[in-house]
Design a protein around this ligand. Structure first.
Ligand code: NAD
Ligand code: IPM
Ligand code: MN
Length: 358
């Protein structure tokens, strides 16, 4: 029986609620498909600040480096929100992304027909949408230096190098070639030098992918196009902050942030697949934490991505995705219903076909 080692970082707020559900769904898939997961649980974010004084203790990073994949819940919350604090939960995400060299963040967006009423978009606008946002994850404003805030002046730096852009754009081309072969590169080239470099890299790579049609688009008009006609898009590739913003916006297409999954990948491969970190797009949702009503489907769908990309278990990933869709019948409050986290998890585990614990 295959056995995988997964670093399990539940984090803060609803993080532990939804990632525990995802973890049990993976265990259920393991029972059905004949694999096991050794979960290596570690503190991260606010919890790690409270326990260790650092959002990303070295032991947590080391455990991630030693694993086949990382499953993360969410970090952050009002308790650690002082803007002047030197130590912040969100530093853990940046430390993990950089420390694990995860330069590409894949954020798929689906318009499930059965959720038409949950989306603010009219059915005929969202129908047929199936797009993938490829967000650059280890560069741009999040990492550029200098970065400081001194009294009345603050500085952030938007810096990219050609190799940094090339590796993420190349992956986006490869993914587009395996889908509907349409790539939209999103930038702000009318203003930003880094965006003009970005465009140059995209154009330089085009001849290598003759089957892929490419369009360049500005981020402001893309923000509008995403809600006016999302079905137009196949793969969108963009820099770190633009991808962060556009992917939360895209949650309106599916109907809830509680459905949005993500996979963060780099170049490293293990004996099972491509090493990656898996975290839902949403955060720790302090407004609903501790009430048992968070939608666990983003975390569960994210776990399916982990089975597919990092653990080499495509049949289990398929089963989890089928179970995800079936569970859309139950609605947590973010989708307008009154189902609980536990009920959705139970529905998923039941459709995976495994024993459901009482
Ligand atoms: P958020 O994503 O936590 O919440 C935004 C809204 O969506 C809230 O109304 C929340 O209740 C709802 N929501 C999110 N996930 C949901 C789910 N699974 N089920 C039902 N409803 C859900 O964003 P925020 O409120 O801006 O940020 C809260 C904290 O989370 C901040 O500290 C932020 O830095 C952090 N954050 C962390 C991550 C991460 O760990 N990957 C991502 C985003 C934000
Ligand atoms: C995300 C989050 C993070 C980001 C924050 C919490 C650092 O919004 O994963 O989308 O901006 O990348
Ligand atoms: Mn975000």
């Amino acid at each position: 029986m295959s056995s995988y080692r997964v670093a399990y970082l539940p984090g803060d707020g609803i993080g532990p609620e939804v990632s525990a559900a995802a973890r049990r769904c993976i265990d259920a898939a393991g029972e059905r498909f004949g694999f096991g997961v050794a979960w290596d649980e570690r503190p991260v974010g606010g919890q790690a600040i409270d326990e260790h004084g650092s959002a990303l203790p070295q032991a947590t990073l080391d455990a991630c480096l030693a694993a086949d994949a990382v499953l993360l819940g969410a970090v952050g919350g009002p308790r650690w929100d002082d803007p002047r604090a030197a130590v912040r939960p969100e530093q853990a995400l940046l430390g993990l992304r950089a420390g694990l060299q995860l330069f590409a963040n894949l954020r798929p967006v689906h318009a499930y027909p059965q959720l038409a009423a949950a989306s603010p978009l009219r059915a005929e606008v969202r129908d047929g949408t199936d797009l993938l946002i490829v967000r650059e994850l280890t560069g741009g404003l999040y990492f550029g230096r200098p970065q400081h805030w001194n009294g009345d002046e603050a500085v952030d730096t938007l810096r990219y190098t050609r190799p940094e852009v090339e590796r993420v754009v190349r992956l986006a081309f490869e993914l587009a070639a395996g889908r509907r072969a349409h790539l939209t590169s999103v930038d702000k080239a009318n203003v930003l030098a880094s965006s003009r470099l970005w465009r140059d890299v995209v154009d330089a790579l085009r001849p290598e992918f003759p089957s892929v049609t490419v369009e360049h688009a500005l981020v402001d008009s893309t923000a509008l196009a995403l809600v006016r006609g999302p079905a137009h898009f196949d793969v969108i590739v963009t820099e770190n902050l633009f991808g962060d913003i556009l992917s939360d916006e895209a949650a309106a297409i599916s109907g809830s942030l509680g459905l949005m999954t993500s996979a963060s990948l780099g170049d490293r491969v293990t004996e099972h697949g491509r090493f990656g970190m898996y975290e839902p797009v949403h955060g720790s949702a302090p407004d609903i934490a501790g009430r048992g009503i968070a939608n666990p489907l983003a975390a569960i769908g994210t776990a399916a991505l982990m089975l597919r990309w990092s653990l080499g278990e495509p049949a289990a990933a398929d089963a989890l995705e089928v179970a995800f869709e079936a569970a859309l019948e139950l609605r947590t409050p973010d989708l307008g219903g009154s189902a609980t986290t536990a009920q959705v998890e139970e529905s998923v585990r039941r459709s995976i076909g495994s024993r459901v614990a009482a």
